[in-house]
Design a protein around this ligand. Structure first.
Ligand code: PLP
Length: 198
């Protein structure tokens, strides 16, 4: 694993009690503030990305290509990570280019991401071998991270989100898009995971 300790502080992801209105006092709700690990590569985006970056480095590649929508936090975070850790980034976006560019895309471009737009039909074929070959012909020997940054390696990273929870709990709630974060949380909660990891 590469050393990210200067840029990312995983220990800042504290568990804080929160008060919700109209909820029984028997019910305690906590929030794990993984958004605090970094101001831009915040929360789940870091955990999805960390082992993918180290895998990319292990493969000797220096460009990460990924997919997202025009308002994708994943695109935003990936562009920033590329600038911060010194690798190139390519963002493949669903749909057509619209001007003026929104803040997500402006920031991605400012952080050096090369943006490429794909019509919705072609975008859906993003996992076909034929299409991936075309991407490599165009962008070179890139490390490809699927839509929303979710793959098996991302799930492994997200399993760590629940590792440091030191209270008992009955339920976990998380927002979900591609589902990679939640898949990781479920993995991390499986007792087998802890046995295999430690
Ligand atoms: C990216 C993101 C999600 C979706 O995560 P998935 O792993 O794709 O399910 C949910 N909430 C926030 C705030 C996000 O930035």
């Amino acid at each position: 694993m590469f050393d990210f300790s200067k840029q990312i502080n995983e220990d800042s992801a504290v568990l804080i009690p929160i008060k919700l209105p109209n909820i029984s006092t028997d019910v305690k709700v906590f929030m794990k503030r993984i958004d605090l690990v970094h101001s831009i590569i915040s929360g789940n985006k870091w955990f999805k990305m960390k082992y993918n970056i180290s895998e990319m480095m292990a493969q000797g590649k220096n460009t990460l290509l990924t997919f997202g929508g025009a308002y994708s936090n994943h695109i935003h975070a990936t562009a920033f990570a590329g600038k911060m850790f010194g690798f190139k980034t390519v963002g493949i976006l669903r749909g057509e280019e619209h001007f003026p560019l929104n803040e997500t895309l402006k920031s991605a471009i400012n952080n050096g991401m090369v943006i490429h737009y794909l019509d919705r039909t072609t975008f859906r074929e993003q996992e076909s071998e034929h299409f991936l070959k075309k991407l490599r012909d165009k962008f070179g020997d890139v490390y490809i991270l699927p839509l929303g940054g979710t793959n098996k390696i991302a799930v492994k990273g997200c399993a760590e989100i629940v590792e440091q929870i030191n209270i008992d709990f009955d339920y976990v709630c998380a927002a979900s898009g591609s589902g990679g974060t939640f898949a990781g949380i479920v993995t991390g909660l499986n007792p087998k995971y802890a046995l295999e990891k430690h």
